[in-house]
Design a protein. Structure first.
Length: 91
């Protein structure tokens, strides 16, 4: 699910939770990925790569893209403190 928050800027974000969210993040960012799993097969981290830009996210973090095209990783608290959510979460 893509949720949108606003300030003077806007940011779209997707929470990294599973393999399905990785595909959604790829669609949002257009970046390539490297996925790392734990020895038990759980998702450990995902590294997103585009040219020389590399960002790494762990499950529970949010990958965002702002209105200028900047891609980054943050926690929900950062979004909540800096933006007003403008979309309703879906169940």
């Amino acid at each position: 699910m893509i949720r949108m928050f606003k300030s003077k800027d806007y940011v779209q974000e997707i929470e990294l939770v599973d393999l399905a969210s990785i595909q959604a993040i790829i669609q949002l960012t257009g970046m390539g990925v490297t996925v790392i799993f734990t020895p038990t097969g759980d998702l450990q981290s995902v590294t997103f790569i585009e040219g020389t830009k590399i960002i790494t996210a762990i499950p529970g973090q949010f990958v965002y893209k702002n209105s200028t095209g900047t891609v980054g990783v943050c926690n929900f608290e950062y979004l909540d403190e800096n933006y007003e959510e403008v979309t309703e979460p879906t169940a």
